[in-house]
Structure formats: structure tokens, C-alpha cells
Design a protein around this ligand. Sequence first.
Ligand SMILES: [Fe+2]
Length: 336
Amino acid sequence: MKPEISTHSSCSHMRTCVQLEKTSPLSGAESLSAHQKNMQTLSAAVDNLLKYTGFQDRARQNCVDYRLEQNDVYLPDLPAAFEGYTILHLSDLHADGLIDEGEGILRIVEHVPCDLAVFTGDFSYEDAVEYSVPSLEGLVPIVRSISSQDGIFGILGNHDSLEITPMLERMGIRMLLNDAVQLQRGTAKIILAGVDDPHFYKCHDLQKALSAVKPEQCVILLSHSPEIADEASRCGVNFYLCGHTHGGQICLPGRIPLFTNTRCNRSYLSGRWNCGAMQGYTSRGTGFSLAAARLFCPPEITLHTLHSGSLLGEIYNSVQESLGGWLKTAGHAVFA
Ligand SMILES: [Fe+2]
């Protein structure tokens, strides 16, 4: 069933202005060139560290050791019609930098049918420089291999310029720039909202994205980074999907990140987490940036399965189911 568009808005003007400001040599704000210099220094440091510790080859091979992670999510406000709804989640593909040209991702994705597929930003490898449009041809076969009943949606990340949006939409990815759509099963509806990059461009507008949401509706939010989780939780978002951190990409054993380029609660840096009543999931990312290297932090493709009810309720139900027969028998033995 095709999702119904509930709001139509374009935040392209704000994004264009901010991109211009960030790329201007006269800008007093955090500029893209300063950011790039910092990243180049960090990239060189990572390369040297791996070279001199003998981990370079292993770290490169790890970049294509894709893992399919399964995440069951229990949402008290989820309509019963959405029980078992599946969301395929890819993040931080940095598609023009993939060393296997996306073959490993395609091999997994083509065997995972889903109800919905989402990309949580960073389609591009290089930072957006002066409106350059990277070649994202490697993304085309991946998108074509996705079998998603309700379509494919995406948001922009801090590596993505606004100019790649038409290209992504031609591929079949519907981009949400501070916008939302309704997903429908029978008469039941939930909201899928998406915001622009909250990390570097800071063009996210949560209020605008959620403007058409009714208080009782279940909301899934796509945000490139977890940095607006607290605000989203206060706005009543139920499930928050993001990436950006790459889970650290280069980690110590036990997936302890050395660097995440993210300003937020450490528990939001990878995997599942919660913020108040809102549940969240941060992907370790499917691609890589800075250097073709991953240590103790394999790339991931995630399949989320939604369930209606709370996790405690689910535990109670399964315990009751297991004990039910035994209690009945014991009750009969005592009271018969
Ligand atoms: Fe990224």
C-alpha cells in the first residue's frame, strides 16, 4: 500500500542558505573547509596508527564484513494492525567510497523483504564542497534490490549536499526534509517523519516535521544523528532511528569507541537505547568515512520488527504463557 503524504514542505531554502554560509571563506560560523581540515588531520592520524600497529589490512577487510542485526521494538502506542511491521534500516553508506562497490550490501538486502526501508543519511563519502554532486551510481543496484511494500525513505546527513536530493528521488528514495508521511494498514495509521541534518548543517526542524501529527499517533522519526533525541522525546516521538556515529568505527575490544564526532549521551552512540518513553536505535553504519578501516565495530544493516505493547508486557506474557499450564495443574492439585 502506498504511503499517503500528510505534509508537503521544502526546507531547501534554509539548507541552501546554510550551505552557502558554511562554504563561504568569509563565514564566521563553523566552516566546511575548517571542518574538512580537521577531518583530514584525523584521517591521516588513523591511517598512521593502523599502519604502525599492523592492523591496516585487517581493518580494511572489516569494512565489508556486513552484519544483519535484528531489533525487536515494543511500542505501547503502535496500532495492532502494525504488529510485526518490519523496517530495513541502512545508514551512512558513503556510497561513493564503498570498497566492494556495494556488492556485499546487495547480497544481504535482496534476501530481506520488508514493509518499509529507510536510509538515515550520509549517502556521500566526501563532505559537500561548493555544491559538488558526487557519483552515487553504486547506490542504484542496492536500491533496486530492496523489496519494500511501503517504499523507501531517506534523510540528508552531514556529508550530503542538498543537490543530491533529486538524484536520490529519481532512484526511488523519497526524501524527508523536515517532513512526514502517513503509513497505513487497513484503517490504522502511523507517522514516519524525517528531519534534515542536526549535526553540522543544523537545518533540522522537528516542529515542522511533526506539525501534522495528532497526539495519539505513533511516530517514527528519522534523524541523521542521535543529537536531538532529548528534544524528540519531549515532542512525543515513539521510535527514533539514526546513524552518524559509525559506532566509533575504530574501537577498542568490546566496541568501545575512540571517537564518534557526536555530542550526546554515550548510551545513544550505537544499538538500542531509550530516552524517557521514547525508544531509539543508532546504526553503526553500513559504510565508512575518513579511512577504509573498521576495528571491533563491524558495519551493519538492521531489520527492526515493531510490536504493539511494552517490553515488560511482552516478558509478562511470555512468562505467563510458560507458567500458565504449570499453575493450572498446580491449582487443580491444591484446590480440587
Ligand atoms: Fe557517516
